[in-house]
Write a protein that binds this ligand. Structure first.
Ligand code: TTP
Ligand code: MG
Length: 215
Protein backbone atom coordinates (compact mmCIF):
# COMPACT_ATOMS: atom_id res chain seq x y z
CA UNK A 1 0.00 0.00 0.00
CA UNK A 2 2.08 2.93 -1.10
CA UNK A 3 -0.66 5.09 -2.53
CA UNK A 4 -2.76 7.04 -0.07
CA UNK A 5 -6.47 6.46 -0.39
CA UNK A 6 -9.43 8.50 0.72
CA UNK A 7 -12.70 6.72 1.44
CA UNK A 8 -15.84 8.72 2.22
CA UNK A 9 -18.63 7.10 4.23
CA UNK A 10 -21.97 8.50 3.08
CA UNK A 11 -25.61 8.04 4.03
CA UNK A 12 -28.68 9.67 5.54
CA UNK A 13 -28.70 11.17 9.04
CA UNK A 14 -28.34 8.30 11.56
CA UNK A 15 -27.60 5.73 8.85
CA UNK A 16 -24.66 4.42 10.89
CA UNK A 17 -21.67 6.26 9.44
CA UNK A 18 -19.94 6.79 12.76
CA UNK A 19 -20.40 3.12 13.69
CA UNK A 20 -18.82 2.11 10.39
CA UNK A 21 -15.85 4.42 10.95
CA UNK A 22 -15.37 3.20 14.50
CA UNK A 23 -15.33 -0.36 13.22
CA UNK A 24 -12.52 0.32 10.75
CA UNK A 25 -10.59 2.48 13.19
CA UNK A 26 -9.18 -0.74 14.65
CA UNK A 27 -7.53 -1.59 11.33
CA UNK A 28 -3.86 -0.72 11.20
CA UNK A 29 -2.93 1.79 8.50
CA UNK A 30 -6.44 3.22 8.55
CA UNK A 31 -6.88 6.71 9.92
CA UNK A 32 -10.46 7.64 10.66
CA UNK A 33 -11.72 11.22 10.61
CA UNK A 34 -15.20 11.53 12.10
CA UNK A 35 -17.45 14.38 11.16
CA UNK A 36 -16.78 17.67 12.91
CA UNK A 37 -20.33 17.83 14.30
CA UNK A 38 -19.00 19.10 17.63
CA UNK A 39 -17.76 22.17 15.76
CA UNK A 40 -21.17 22.67 14.12
CA UNK A 41 -22.72 22.70 17.58
CA UNK A 42 -20.18 25.10 19.02
CA UNK A 43 -18.38 27.78 17.09
CA UNK A 44 -17.10 30.35 19.57
CA UNK A 45 -20.01 29.59 21.84
CA UNK A 46 -22.70 29.58 19.12
CA UNK A 47 -24.66 26.56 17.90
CA UNK A 48 -25.34 26.99 14.17
CA UNK A 49 -26.75 23.42 13.91
CA UNK A 50 -29.48 24.20 16.45
CA UNK A 51 -30.14 27.59 14.85
CA UNK A 52 -30.53 26.00 11.43
CA UNK A 53 -33.16 23.54 12.69
CA UNK A 54 -35.00 26.36 14.50
CA UNK A 55 -35.09 28.72 11.50
CA UNK A 56 -33.57 27.27 8.31
CA UNK A 57 -34.41 30.32 6.18
CA UNK A 58 -32.38 32.58 8.43
CA UNK A 59 -29.57 30.27 9.52
CA UNK A 60 -29.20 27.71 6.72
CA UNK A 61 -26.43 29.63 5.01
CA UNK A 62 -24.64 30.19 8.31
CA UNK A 63 -24.51 26.47 9.10
CA UNK A 64 -23.71 25.40 5.55
CA UNK A 65 -20.89 27.93 5.17
CA UNK A 66 -19.32 26.55 8.31
CA UNK A 67 -19.94 22.91 7.33
CA UNK A 68 -18.21 23.62 4.01
CA UNK A 69 -15.19 25.07 5.79
CA UNK A 70 -14.88 22.21 8.29
CA UNK A 71 -15.28 19.58 5.57
CA UNK A 72 -12.61 21.26 3.47
CA UNK A 73 -10.35 21.27 6.50
CA UNK A 74 -11.00 17.55 6.98
CA UNK A 75 -10.21 16.75 3.35
CA UNK A 76 -6.98 18.69 3.49
CA UNK A 77 -5.74 17.66 6.89
CA UNK A 78 -2.32 16.17 6.49
CA UNK A 79 -2.32 12.54 7.52
CA UNK A 80 0.45 10.02 7.25
CA UNK A 81 -1.75 6.89 7.31
CA UNK A 82 -2.03 5.18 3.91
CA UNK A 83 -5.81 4.97 4.16
CA UNK A 84 -8.02 7.78 5.32
CA UNK A 85 -11.71 7.27 6.09
CA UNK A 86 -13.90 10.33 6.30
CA UNK A 87 -17.45 10.75 7.61
CA UNK A 88 -19.24 12.38 4.68
CA UNK A 89 -17.58 14.85 2.34
CA UNK A 90 -17.69 18.40 1.11
CA UNK A 91 -19.67 16.97 -1.82
CA UNK A 92 -22.62 15.64 0.16
CA UNK A 93 -22.75 18.80 2.26
CA UNK A 94 -23.40 20.65 -1.00
CA UNK A 95 -25.22 18.16 -3.21
CA UNK A 96 -27.48 16.86 -0.44
CA UNK A 97 -27.92 19.37 2.37
CA UNK A 98 -27.57 22.71 0.59
CA UNK A 99 -29.59 21.34 -2.32
CA UNK A 100 -32.31 20.18 0.05
CA UNK A 101 -32.59 23.55 1.79
CA UNK A 102 -32.82 25.32 -1.55
CA UNK A 103 -35.26 22.94 -3.23
CA UNK A 104 -37.59 22.88 -0.25
CA UNK A 105 -37.82 26.67 -0.41
CA UNK A 106 -35.97 27.11 2.88
CA UNK A 107 -32.92 28.83 1.43
CA UNK A 108 -33.16 32.16 -0.41
CA UNK A 109 -31.79 31.98 -3.94
CA UNK A 110 -29.06 34.53 -3.18
CA UNK A 111 -27.75 32.39 -0.30
CA UNK A 112 -27.74 29.35 -2.57
CA UNK A 113 -25.89 31.33 -5.25
CA UNK A 114 -23.18 32.50 -2.83
CA UNK A 115 -22.67 29.01 -1.37
CA UNK A 116 -22.51 27.56 -4.89
CA UNK A 117 -19.90 30.12 -5.94
CA UNK A 118 -17.79 29.16 -2.92
CA UNK A 119 -18.21 25.45 -3.62
CA UNK A 120 -17.34 25.85 -7.32
CA UNK A 121 -14.29 27.94 -6.48
CA UNK A 122 -13.04 25.40 -3.96
CA UNK A 123 -13.54 22.35 -6.18
CA UNK A 124 -12.01 24.09 -9.20
CA UNK A 125 -8.94 25.43 -7.43
CA UNK A 126 -8.20 22.86 -4.74
CA UNK A 127 -7.62 19.19 -5.39
CA UNK A 128 -9.94 17.06 -3.25
CA UNK A 129 -9.18 13.45 -4.13
CA UNK A 130 -11.69 10.74 -3.22
CA UNK A 131 -11.05 7.10 -4.17
CA UNK A 132 -14.23 5.43 -2.98
CA UNK A 133 -17.66 6.35 -1.68
CA UNK A 134 -19.24 3.84 0.67
CA UNK A 135 -23.00 4.44 0.66
CA UNK A 136 -24.83 3.14 3.71
CA UNK A 137 -28.25 2.71 2.11
CA UNK A 138 -31.14 2.90 4.54
CA UNK A 139 -34.85 3.51 4.46
CA UNK A 140 -35.88 6.90 5.86
CA UNK A 141 -38.04 5.04 8.43
CA UNK A 142 -35.00 3.25 9.87
CA UNK A 143 -33.15 6.54 10.24
CA UNK A 144 -36.17 8.10 11.91
CA UNK A 145 -36.28 5.29 14.48
CA UNK A 146 -32.55 5.61 15.17
CA UNK A 147 -32.83 9.38 15.47
CA UNK A 148 -35.52 9.05 18.11
CA UNK A 149 -33.43 6.55 20.05
CA UNK A 150 -30.27 8.62 19.87
CA UNK A 151 -32.06 11.78 20.96
CA UNK A 152 -29.66 14.56 19.99
CA UNK A 153 -31.21 17.73 21.32
CA UNK A 154 -30.99 19.69 18.02
CA UNK A 155 -32.51 16.84 16.00
CA UNK A 156 -35.75 16.41 17.96
CA UNK A 157 -37.56 18.57 15.40
CA UNK A 158 -36.63 16.42 12.38
CA UNK A 159 -39.77 14.94 10.77
CA UNK A 160 -39.81 11.79 8.64
CA UNK A 161 -40.39 13.94 5.53
CA UNK A 162 -37.02 15.62 6.03
CA UNK A 163 -35.25 12.26 6.05
CA UNK A 164 -37.24 11.24 2.97
CA UNK A 165 -35.99 14.28 1.05
CA UNK A 166 -32.39 13.63 2.07
CA UNK A 167 -32.84 9.97 1.07
CA UNK A 168 -34.18 10.93 -2.35
CA UNK A 169 -31.27 13.27 -3.02
CA UNK A 170 -28.82 10.53 -2.04
CA UNK A 171 -30.50 8.01 -4.33
CA UNK A 172 -30.47 10.47 -7.23
CA UNK A 173 -26.79 11.22 -6.69
CA UNK A 174 -25.31 7.80 -5.86
CA UNK A 175 -27.74 5.26 -7.39
CA UNK A 176 -29.63 6.84 -10.26
CA UNK A 177 -26.63 9.00 -11.16
CA UNK A 178 -28.91 11.66 -12.53
CA UNK A 179 -28.04 14.71 -10.46
CA UNK A 180 -24.58 15.84 -9.39
CA UNK A 181 -21.20 14.52 -10.57
CA UNK A 182 -19.67 11.54 -8.77
CA UNK A 183 -16.22 12.20 -7.31
CA UNK A 184 -15.45 8.44 -7.04
CA UNK A 185 -16.89 4.95 -7.59
CA UNK A 186 -19.66 3.92 -5.19
CA UNK A 187 -19.92 0.80 -3.03
CA UNK A 188 -23.44 0.29 -1.66
CA UNK A 189 -23.94 -1.42 1.70
CA UNK A 190 -27.55 -2.09 2.77
CA UNK A 191 -27.78 -0.54 6.22
CA UNK A 192 -31.24 -1.18 7.66
CA UNK A 193 -29.97 -4.11 9.73
CA UNK A 194 -29.33 -4.39 13.46
CA UNK A 195 -25.88 -3.40 14.75
CA UNK A 196 -24.53 -6.95 14.88
CA UNK A 197 -25.48 -7.70 11.29
CA UNK A 198 -24.03 -4.33 10.23
CA UNK A 199 -20.65 -5.19 11.75
CA UNK A 200 -20.78 -8.53 9.92
CA UNK A 201 -21.42 -6.71 6.64
CA UNK A 202 -18.58 -4.27 7.26
CA UNK A 203 -16.30 -7.27 7.75
CA UNK A 204 -17.58 -8.92 4.55
CA UNK A 205 -16.86 -5.72 2.62
CA UNK A 206 -13.48 -5.07 4.22
CA UNK A 207 -11.46 -6.15 1.18
CA UNK A 208 -13.59 -4.19 -1.27
CA UNK A 209 -13.38 -1.06 0.85
CA UNK A 210 -9.67 -1.20 1.51
CA UNK A 211 -9.00 -2.14 -2.11
CA UNK A 212 -9.42 1.58 -2.81
CA UNK A 213 -5.85 1.92 -1.57
CA UNK A 214 -4.42 -0.47 -4.18
CA UNK A 215 -5.96 1.24 -7.18
P1 TTP B 1 -24.88 13.41 9.79
O1 TTP B 1 -23.86 14.01 8.92
O2 TTP B 1 -25.85 12.54 9.10
O3 TTP B 1 -24.13 12.62 10.94
P2 TTP B 1 -24.69 11.57 11.99
O4 TTP B 1 -23.62 11.44 13.03
O5 TTP B 1 -26.03 12.03 12.42
O6 TTP B 1 -24.84 10.24 11.16
P3 TTP B 1 -24.49 8.75 11.58
O7 TTP B 1 -25.46 8.36 12.64
O8 TTP B 1 -24.71 8.01 10.30
O9 TTP B 1 -23.09 8.73 12.07
O10 TTP B 1 -25.64 14.59 10.50
C1 TTP B 1 -25.19 15.39 11.55
C2 TTP B 1 -26.17 16.52 11.71
O11 TTP B 1 -25.78 17.62 10.89
C3 TTP B 1 -27.57 16.17 11.25
O12 TTP B 1 -28.50 16.79 12.13
C4 TTP B 1 -27.68 16.78 9.87
C5 TTP B 1 -26.81 17.99 9.99
N1 TTP B 1 -26.16 18.42 8.73
C6 TTP B 1 -26.64 19.57 8.09
O13 TTP B 1 -27.62 20.17 8.51
N2 TTP B 1 -25.98 20.02 6.99
C7 TTP B 1 -24.90 19.37 6.45
O14 TTP B 1 -24.35 19.81 5.44
C8 TTP B 1 -24.44 18.18 7.11
C9 TTP B 1 -23.27 17.44 6.54
C10 TTP B 1 -25.10 17.76 8.24
MG1 MG C 1 -22.04 10.32 12.95
Amino acid sequence: MDKKAVICIEGNIASGKTTCLEYFEKTSNVKVLTEPISKWRNVRGHNPLALMYQDPERWGITLQTYVQLTMLDTHLSAITAPVRMIERSIFSAKYIFVENLFRSGKMPEVDYAVLSEWFDWITTNISIPVDLIVYLQTSPQTCHERLKQRCREEEKVIPLEYLESIHQLYEDWLIKLNSSPLPAPVLVIPADHDPQKMLQQFEENREKILAASYR
